[in-house]
Design a protein around this ligand. Sequence first.
Ligand code: C5P
Length: 299
Amino acid sequence: MILRPIAGGLEILAPAKLNLFLEILGKRPDGYHELETLMVTIDLYDRLRIIPNDSGMIRLQSNDPTLPTDDSNLVVRAANRLRSTVEPGRAERLGAAIELDKEIPAQAGLGGGSSDAAATLRGLDQLWELNSTPEELTELAGQIGSDVPFFLHGPSALCRGRGEQVEPIALNPESAPFQFVLICPPIGLSTAAVYGGLTPPDSPTDANAALEGFRNGDPDKLGPELFNRLQPVAERIAPELVPIRTSLDSMGSAFTGHLMSGSGSAYFGLARDRDAALDAARRLRQLGTTTVRVVQSGF
Ligand code: C5P
């Protein structure tokens, strides 16, 4: 997350994430799933411009006309949740005008809405001078959505519980960022529907090999360890995703591994370096794969 002062407020770049490993450990009594996931931010950003005011109202505008701007939007929910921590006399004067430019596709498993919510919490906490502790913000973030706390702690972390328990993971400082080819098919998948179709495994896959490859910063070590338990479920719900996997498979050594992110539908290939990623992206575009971007891991 990148914060920059602008006239009267803050501009925040809210990054997308990729899940490099995601295993389900079991279903919980509260209906959520206990999981273990390795997440990393990438340089694909939504942009928020937040101008505080004393109207007591949160007004959200977006460049995306399909995006709800009422309190079903996680940005509005985050702002209201943060305001509810303030004593009533003061809270009724806390307002903001928020402009949200969406670049991160929705319902793609890239965490766009969650990242926007985390950016709103951090931005408004600063602009409203609330001085919440990191623990307080993380607690609020977890109440808004399972992935929201991660974005307060990126760029990379192992997340547990329902995703809200965040253990930051340091990248090898000597190594270059990971280079990915990101494919965003024009299909939205509901997170709840994908989790709903899942049967937790009897013997879960261990995260250690993926973690080791990630810490090394070596795409050849990380690629074969990429893993997502939700992928077969997503492919059952949306069979249109299968040809994406098979076309990346058919590109052989262009990628050290490839995977669907989160509950989908975004898909990524891990390349050895930037040039290999740019070359693979060109070939995928020639195959007619629609939205293809080269992105890199955050640092
Ligand atoms: O926490 P969030 O609102 O992002 O979760 C959306 C939905 O995804 C939940 O309502 C639940 O159905 C499912 N989910 C789950 N286990 C998790 C995270 C999400 O079952 N760890």
